[in-house]
Design a protein around this ligand. Sequence first.
Ligand code: FMN
Length: 324
Amino acid sequence: MSKSTGTLLYSAPMAGYTNYAYRELLRIFGGVDLITTEMVSARSFVELDKRGSELPSRLWGIREEPRPLAVQIWDNNSDTLSLLAQRLAFEFKVSVIDLNFGCPAKQIANRSASGAFLLRFPDRIGDLVQKVTAAAKPVPVTAKIRLGQTLDTINAIDVAQSIENAGASGLTVHGRTATEMYRGNAHWDEIAAIKPKLKSIPLIGNGDIRTVEDALFRIKNYPVDGIMIGRGSIERPWIFKQIAQALRGEPVDPEPTTAELRNLIVKHFNLLKQQFNEHTALFLIRKTVCQYTINRPCAKRFRNEICSVKEPTLFLRLIEDFFH
Ligand SMILES: Cc1cc2nc3c(=O)[nH]c(=O)nc-3n(C[C@H](O)[C@H](O)[C@H](O)COP(=O)(O)O)c2cc1C
């Protein structure tokens, strides 16, 4: 881990992105204090386990990969969550177990009455945190929430206090409500309002940090113990290193050169192929390459080509041609 900056720098869990390959890239760049997996369904894990099947794909790599590593899990049943938490703590020896109370996706919030659905019930969240904390002890359990269901029913302070009183070791707040999904701007004032209501656990602010300047602004102006970055770190996985350098008062590394980006993409593709077949690896790397080129001039045609390419050799040729 890099030298401490005094501010916790966390990478966000992101389903479909923060797989082993991406986590490995983050480790290569450095600057992140805690890396989290994609959210894992505790119910699916328990079902697979009963059948003696393999681990869910989202847990691929966690046995061997370097620590610290947080695994994020979701469900609404304390037994199911505790069973997975216990395995993660004692068999896989992960560093942190994070509970998802923020996902607004239909499949999780509506159909499974989990994720952000549970924000309506601070006591129920407290009960889940308390049971999972007891099951995983001494491995720390943290929680990630949104501000509430809607702008009219923001209850993040109640939820945060319930989480702290239940024994959680940390709290991340994405400054939007469930119904906002990803629309509008994250409400950092609402995140800040939680801080004085917590006794001691660290508060991590999350939402819309896309640049080093954004990060420094949030850290300077809001009473958070750390920040979590999601989409900004898909676009620029080197952002944590730059933020850490800025916080330490060191010169900030320049953006990668075109050649460095090309090497990074090839490295990422090869890492993805360790876990996935070539077809899936290609699908996943295509999404990321599009993110890397989002602000590049004249990249539209390239993105269209990349999005439809089905042949790894052709993909690599397009990368060579564009990033030369
Ligand atoms: C594609 C995608 C997948 C996500 N998956 C998860 C997830 O698995 N668990 C979770 O708690 N949040 C998830 N989130 C939310 C992010 O962790 C984060 O809270 C949100 O993107 C706001 O932060 P940002 O503005 O830095 O991206 C996801 C977000 C995106 C864009």
